[in-house]
Ligand binder design. Structure first.
Ligand code: PLP
Length: 387
C-alpha cells in the first residue's frame, strides 16, 4: 500500500545494523572497506552498487536523497554541501561551452551572479524573461539553448510562475526544464508533476528548517541525475554525512512545520494588507497576489515568505529594521525563528538598481520569513516596528 507523505518522511530509513537501533546512526566515515581484491576491483568498476568513498555516496546522504526522491516523485538524486553547490554542479554537469540558458529574471542573487559573472568565462550565455512575460520566452530560445530555468515562488518577490506553461515550452523546444523549489519545499509543491525535468533545493531553508546546516539537493530522472553524479563525484561538492543525518531527521517534521509556517505567514500577510503604513503586500495565497490562481493550482499553501513595502521608502524601511525587537535581522529563510531581511542592501545588493527594479525589488521592500513563534508575538513585533 502506498504510504502518505508524512509516513514516508518518518519511516524511510536505512536498514538497521546488528545493534537494532531505533534512530538512524551517523556514518561519519570518509571511506568504506572491501572484502578482498576482487571486491575492491568490482566496486571501483561500478559492477557493484555499494559505498566506496563519501565523496561519491554515504549511507546518511543516501537516506536523505531517498526521502527527497519520494517526496518529489523523482527516480534519483544527488546531495550537495549547499544549495549553490547544487545549482552550480547541475548546470556544470549538463552544459557545454557554447550552450545557452533561458531563465526567469527573478532568481536568487548568487544564481544571477553565476549566470552573469562566471558562466561567461566558459562561454555559457543566458537570456532572462520577466516573471509576468512568459509569452516572451519562445523568442529568447536559440539553436544552442539547452536549459529553461525558474524559481517559483521567487526570491525575494514571491512571484509565482506557471510550471505547466514553462514545461510545455521546454518540451516543444527540447530543453531541460529545471525548477528551484526551495521556497515551497516538496510538501507544498512537486514540480516534476507539472512537467519539470529536474528539481533543485537549498536544503538550508525549509528542509532543515532550524537554521543549522547548509545543504542542497538535485532530483529527477536516472538519466539526468547520472550526469550530475558523474560530474559531482569527481569535483567534490558532496554533502557531509553529519549534515545529511541532521537533514534526514529534519524531514521527519517537514509537514507539521510547513503547515504552521504557512498558517502564520497568511495571518501576517492579512494583517499587513490592512495596515496603513504598508504600500503593498505579496503572499501567494492572498487573493490580491497577481498569480493567486496559479499558486492555488500548483501549491498546497502559500509558503513561509511574505514580502511588503513600508510607506516612506528607504528611510522608513531602515527605521522599521531598527525598531524590530523579536524577529531576527538575518539573511536565511525557512527557519523556526522569524527573520526580516532588506533584499536591496543584503541578498540582492550585488544587483544594480536597474536590475533590482526589473525583479520588483524596491528600496523599501521587506522580506519576512515567518517562523514558528506564536503568531500574536510575530504580529506584535512587526506592528510595533511599523508604528
Ligand atoms: C531560491 C534559492 N536558491 C538557492 C539558494 C542557495 O542556497 P544555499 O544558501 O544553501 O547555498 C538560496 C539561498 O538563499 C535561495 O533562496
Amino acid at each position: 500500500m502506498d504510504k502518505k507523505f508524512e509516513t514516508n518522511a518518518i519511516r524511510t530509513q536505512l536498514n538497521r545494523t546488528e545493534n537494532l537501533e531505533h534512530s538512524v546512526p551517523l556514518y561519519l566515515t570518509s571511506s568504506f572497506v572491501f572484502e578482498d581484491a576482487e571486491d575492491m576491483r568490482a566496486s571501483f568498476a561500478e559492477e557493484k552498487q555499494r559505498n566506496v568513498y563519501s565523496r561519491y555516496s554515504n549511507p546518511n546522504s543516501s537516506e536523505f536523497i531517498e526521502k527527497v526522491c519520494q517526496m518529489e516523485g523523482a527516480e534519483a538524486g544527488f546531495a550537495f554541501a549547499s544549495g549553490m553547490a547544487a545549482v552550480f554542479s547541475t548546470f556544470a554537469a549538463l552544459l557545454n561551452s557554447g550552450d545557452h540558458i533561458v531563465s526567469s529574471r527573478s532568481v536568487f542573487g548568487s544564481t544571477h551572479s553565476l549566470f552573469t559573472k562566471f558562466f561567461p568565462k566558459w562561454n555559457i550565455d543566458h537570456s532572462y524573461f520577466k516573471v509576468n512575460e512568459v509569452e516572451s520566452i519562445e523568442k529568447l530560445i536559440r539553436q544552442n539553448t539547452k536549459v529553461l530555468y525558474a524559481e517559483t515562488p521567487t526570491n525575494p518577490g514571491v512571484d509565482v510562475l506557471d510550471m505547466e506553461v514553462l514545461a510545455d515550452i521546454a518540451k516543444k523546444h527540447g530543453l531541460i526544464f529545471i525548477v528551484d523549489n526551495c521556497f515551497a519545499s516538496p510538501y507544498l509543491q512537486k514540480p516534476l508533476q507539472f512537467g519539470a525535468d529536474l528539481v533543485i533545493h537549498s536544503g538550508t531553508k525549509l528542509m532543515d528548517g532550524q537554521g543549522r546546516v547548509l545543504a542542497g539537493i538535485t532530483v529527477g530522472s536516472h538519466e539526468l541525475i547520472d550526469k550530475v553524479y558523474r560530474f559531482s563525484r569527481i569535483t567534490g561538492p558532496a554533502l557531509s554525512p553529519f549534515n545529511a543525518w541532521v537533514l534526514s531527521k529534519s524531514l521527519e517534521t517537514l509537514a507539521v512545520r510547513v503547515d504552521r509556517h504557512c498558517e502564520n505567514a497568511l495571518k501576517l500577510a492579512e494583517y499587513l494588507e490592512s495596515h496603513e503604513k504598508v504600500n503593498w503586500v505579496k503572499y501567494p495565497f492572498l487573493k490580491s497576489h497577481p498569480q493567486y490562481e496559479i499558486a492555488k493550482k500548483q501549491m498546497k499553501a502559500g509558503g513561509c515568505v511574505v514580502a511588503f513595502e513600508v510607506k516612506g521608502g528607504l528611510e522608513a524601511g531602515q527605521k522599521f529594521f531598527d525598531a524590530i525587537k523579536l524577529l531576527s535581522l538575518s539573511a536565511n529563510l525557512g527557519d523556526t525563528r522569524s527573520i526580516v531581511t532588506h533584499p536591496a542592501s543584503t541578498t540582492h545588493s550585488k544587483l544594480t538598481v536597474a536590475e533590482r527594479a526589473e525583479t520588483g525589488i524596491t528600496d523599501g521592500m521587506v522580506r519576512v520569513s515567518v517562523g514558528l513563534e506564536h503568531i500574536d508575538d510575530i504580529i506584535g513585533d512587526v506592528g510595533q516596528a511599523l508604528g
